[in-house]
Design a protein. Structure first.
Length: 117
């Protein structure tokens, strides 16, 4: 079975999910649970750090699509960071850069949530 882990932490009122391993049909429910928990706890500013994500399938991408509307309805967003070229290509192929902000690093993504001064 595929190995997949999520580490969670709070940074400057932004919730960071660090994905590690293979995100596919077998492991997607783990990410779904993480998003459900964040929504239940009123956490709508989310950065997903993909630094250690080695693979994503359409089932994994579907999880992002399933929750983005609820997050944005609550004036939040899901921003993605630290993708390897291989993982970015999958997101890009399906048009995700048009729907999601994708940054080079986590700090850049977290800063995008700060109100302009």
């Amino acid at each position: 079975m595929s190995e997949f882990k999520i580490a969670q932490r709070e940074q400057e009122s932004v919730h960071v999910l660090e994905l590690k391993g293979y995100l596919d049909a077998h492991t997607a429910p783990t990410l779904e649970e993480a998003f459900q928990s964040l929504l239940k706890n009123q956490r709508f500013n989310i950065v997903v750090n993909c630094k250690d994500l080695s693979y994503i399938s359409s089932a994994g991408l579907g999880v992002f699509m399933a929750y983005i509307e609820d997050v944005r309805k609550n004036k939040g967003d899901i921003k993605l960071s630290n993708m390897s070229p291989k993982v970015y290509n999958v997101f890009d192929l399906l048009g995700f850069p048009l729907l999601y902000e994708i940054t080079r690093d986590e700090q850049e993504a977290v800063k995008k949530f700060s109100p302009a001064k």
